[in-house]
Ligand binder design. Structure first.
Ligand code: GLY
Ligand code: MN
Length: 466
């Protein structure tokens, strides 16, 4: 376990108090077969189950009775077969004891607990693994397609409240993920300018860095010359000097605390003036968020401040026109940045997204927008000390989107389409770091900064060749 037994006991006590009534069932994950049952994907524990138990094994469910305070871990003991194939692992009884859970019962007895609970509220989270959907159907008789609607909003809100505020010890683990992210990104930057290099090679090497340090990647690497594709996959094509390479990748420690960074670098080692102009705008937007965000302000306000600065600077380049506030209110800048400024990050790279984005990023005071661009802002609510949010502005030239808006006259009062069309083959730029909200404001996670200002990127690349 990463943290002390007392930490997990206290987290469960807080959860019981917040939920107040009924029985909470927290389902751990199972092994997922890749192409036949014994050849599985790498095991990944459910983040909420891990948050409240600290245990990584498959086939476990935790039941918490909010009224009596009773806690039961359901899980089968390791068999002699398990020991023959996988070695002598921690027993289920040892796990329960280590986590401070008073009782262990065989997994098959979970159905008895549910049967005995007739008439009481059973709280469960929206499931995302099919094995758990089948389990919920068997236990509660709710069809998979109806399970999300029946999941417990009380439980979701309680868990979001607890997991949103990162403790000192959690921040220390996020810093470990950031240090691995630094190694991944600086390695990518050194490789990008080598002759014959490919996106796939860089992706493989940086994934190897995370794995070789006992960690994993926090999401599928985005390594692409087509930075204008938000989640572009690495391909084995050779990198072309003159173009930009966008690398968006992060590490996830063994305990599932994440990093998420993006850098955009010149494959030639030097930016062209056209590239430098755009990268500098994105870098300035990135820095603005850091000076702006603080407890009590909404992340929405940070997003909007960045959108205004971006619009001003795109006007200076002749790519946009008109009144800045009106352009931003109309969502015109979203042709260049069709996503939000950032998302919460923690034990999931998009932290708790599976519980429902609106519970994580929005609340009674601010509701999601349906406007193109703003609708993709995953986190908007008031910032609190201990929040960790990504700051990831970007400028993209997406030929199909440009054509679509030009054809339909979308925001024609604010977009200079003739000029924009000169950038059709530009690609895209994103810069991303992870921001911790502190009592005085905020700071980037990670002791070492991966270079992102154009001059710093060029200097880093030049030095790496000495
Ligand atoms: N860094 C990938 C994402 O935030 O979606
Ligand atoms: Mn991100």
């Amino acid at each position: 376990m990463l943290f002390s037994q007392a930490t997990y006991i206290e987290r469960r006590r807080q959860l019981r108090d917040l939920v107040g009534d009924g029985i909470i069932l927290l389902f751990g994950n199972n092994n997922s077969p890749m192409n036949y049952p014994n050849n599985g994907y790498k095991f990944r524990q459910d983040s909420s189950f891990l948050y409240f138990t600290g245990q990584h094994r498959e086939g476990l469910t935790l039941a918490i009775d909010c009224n009596s305070g009773k806690e039961i871990l359901f899980g089968d003991e390791v068999s002699i077969d398990d020991i023959v194939w996988y070695g002598k692992v921690k027993s289920a009884a040892e796990m329960a004891e280590e986590s401070g859970i008073a009782e262990l019962r065989p997994y098959g007895r979970l159905a008895d607990l549910v049967a005995e609970a007739k008439g009481r509220t059973i709280h469960y989270l929206p499931p995302y693994r099919h094995e758990n959907m089948i389990e919920i159907m068997n236990l509660l008789g709710i069809k998979p397609e109806e399970q999300k609607a029946h999941s417990s909003v009380t439980l979701i809100k309680a868990i979001v409240k607890l997991r949103s505020i990162k403790s000192e010890e959690e921040i220390a683990e996020l810093e470990r993920a950031a240090a691995i992210g630094y190694k991944m990104h600086t390695t990518a930057m050194k490789l990008a300018t080598l002759p014959g290099m490919t996106e796939a090679y860089i992706s493989g090497v940086i994934e190897g860095i995370a794995c070789s340090l006992g960690s994993n990647i926090s999401f599928g690497n985005i390594v692409t010359m087509h930075g204008e594709i938000m989640h572009g996959c690495p391909s084995p094509v050779v990198l072309e000097p003159g173009r930009l390479l966008l690398v968006d990748a992060g590490a996830e420690t063994f305990e599932h605390y994440c990093s998420d960074n993006t850098r955009t670098m010149p494959i030639s080692g030097k930016f062209t003036q056209k590239q430098r102009d755009i990268v500098q705008i994105v870098a300035d937007c990135h820095d603005l968020a850091l000076t702006f965000a603080k407890p009590g302000l909404r992340w929405y306000d940070t997003h909007m401040a960045v959108c205004r600065l971006m619009t001003e600077r795109l006007k200076d380049l002749g790519l946009m026109k008109g009144n800045t506030d009106d352009a931003v209110a109309a969502g015109a800048h979203a042709m260049f940045m069709p996503h939000g400024l950032g998302h919460m990050m923690g034990m999931d790279v998009h932290d708790m997204e599976g519980l429902g984005q609106n519970y994580v990023g929005y609340d009674d005071t601010i509701q999601p927008s349906s406007q193109f661009g703003l609708a993709s802002l995953r986190f908007a609510r008031k910032l609190e000390v201990g929040h960790v949010i990504t700051d990831e502005p970007g400028i993209y030239f997406i030929p199909d989107l440009i054509d679509d808006w030009q054809r339909n006259g979308t925001n024609a009062d604010f977009i200079c389409f003739d000029k924009v069309n000169e950038y059709r083959d530009f690609g895209g730029v994103r810069i991303e770091d992870d921001v911790l909200i502190t009592p005085d404001g905020c700071r980037f996670l990670g002791e070492d900064r991966i270079p992102y200002h154009p001059a710093d990127v060029e200097e880093f690349i030049a030095k790496s060749k000495e």
